[in-house]
Design a protein around this ligand. Structure first.
Ligand code: GDP
Ligand code: MG
Length: 365
């Protein structure tokens, strides 16, 4: 199972262009609304220099990176929560993803119409937020009605649930996002059952003109949390049009071109890495025979479950894990030397895997 990020936003903000830049696929990007109806889906490898290094130390011939899935969800418009545009279909597609990448248009191009937007990113942001909140309100209302009916069973948990749902509904009614809602109440466990759109972690991406100065980009990023009405948010700037064109370049040519424009690096790697972090994922590595491989885990996963990710037999017959941090391995430069120095730790089933661990599992079936 891979983790999915949904690219959302108004029509004509550059979602499909960004998707193409990320995946090097050629989905149709066009300057008319609703060009994208079925969602485009692509797997994108997660850039991680540690993987190359482990592979070098292990003398691997094959390197397998981590992947995350990006979904180009198609344009939302005002009224989507009431079925406008292709509203309900779009919202259903958004419900299936683990995190949202919200694209905001900040490029000027007279040839590209502001299909549904105003040209003012704050207003565009508000339109989308509103539709997501309305969709969530409907979900919460439906659940509240069901829970009310269950009250007569006399089970105390329904009372707790109802009280939580009423407060959550109030919060959404004030145009608050579900992810900013305090989860201290007793009934809050049902939040996980609701799959609310505004509870998903979100990354905001300004699609900007490539000649925007670094200072202007920083200012833009600073303004976003305020527009969202929260203290902090994950936000970055990218020039999707330029990134897509750069796909045909070699890595060196790309770097040179970006430096010429005053961009420190490609925004795509930053976007992929931020998405990965947003999903609370960590990476561990295995170096077995000729293959060195990166694996994805939710933060806080135990060693026995990590083994199961590789093979169910390894989980069933788990004996122990031999673990070294990437850092220590890099410093020693070889597995043999690390072992001699006693840096390979033996860990049991309940060891919580850390980001960057290089692991060899011992198992018996
Ligand atoms: N100038 C400029 N045009 C862009 C940029 N990103 C996308 N476009 C153009 O905007 C139009 C709409 O882009 P598209 O990716 O289809 O938008 P979507 O509706 O959000 O998927 C296309 O003509 C793109 O070529 C950009 O960064 N700069
Ligand atoms: Mg599109």
């Amino acid at each position: 199972m891979s983790f999915k990020c949904g690219i959302i936003g108004l029509p004509n903000v550059g979602k499909t262009t960004l998707f193409n830049a990320l995946t090097c696929l050629e989905a149709e990007a066009a300057s008319y609304p609703f060009c994208t109806i079925e969602p485009n889906i692509g797997m994108v490898s997660v850039p991680d220099p540690r993987l190359e290094k482990v592979a070098e130390i292990a003398g691997a011939e094959k390197i397998t990176p981590n992947y995350i899935e990006f979904v180009d969800v198609a344009g939302l418009v005002k009224g989507a929560s009431r079925g406008e545009g292709l509203g309900n279909r779009f919202l259903a597609n958004i419900r299936e993803v683990d995190a949202l990448i919200h694209v905001l248009r900040h490029f000027s191009d007279p040839n590209v119409a502001y299909a549904a937007g105003t040209g003012n990113w704050r207003e565009d942001l508000a339109v989308i937020q509103f539709e997501l909140i309305m969709a969530d309100l409907e979900t919460v209302r439906n659940r509240r009605e069901k829970t009310s009916k269950m009250l007569k069973t006399g089970e105390p948990r329904y009372k707790e649930e109802l009280s939580f749902l009423e407060k959550l509904e109030g919060h959404l009614n004030q145009e608050g996002l579900a992810r900013d809602f305090a989860l201290k109440d007793k009934g809050s466990y049902i939040m996980q059952e609701l799959f609310l759109l505004t509870a998903k972690p979100a990354l905001y991406v300004f699609n900007v003109d490539e000649d925007l100065t670094e200072q202007e980009r920083e200012n833009l990023k600073r303004e976003l949390p305020d527009a969202l009405g929260c203290e902090r948010a994950e936000v970055l700037t990218i020039s999707a049009g330029m990134e897509e064109e750069l796909n045909d370049f070699s890595i060196e040519e790309k770097q040179e071109f970006l430096e010429g424009l005053g961009w420190a690096h490609s925004g795509l790697d930053e976007l992929i890495n931020t998405s990965y972090r947003l999903l609370n994922l960590i990476t561990f590595f295995t170096a077995k025979g000729k293959e060195t491989r990166a694996w994805t885990l939710p933060e806080g996963t135990r060693a026995v479950k990590a083994a199961g990710k590789i093979h169910t037999d390894m989980e069933r017959g788990f004996i122990r894990a031999e673990v070294i941090s990437f850092h220590a391995l890099e410093q020693e430069g070889s597995f043999a030397r690390a072992r001699e120095k006693g840096l390979m730790r033996l860990e049991g089933k309940d060891y919580v895997v850390q980001d960057g661990d290089v692991i060899q599992f011992r198992f018996n079936v």
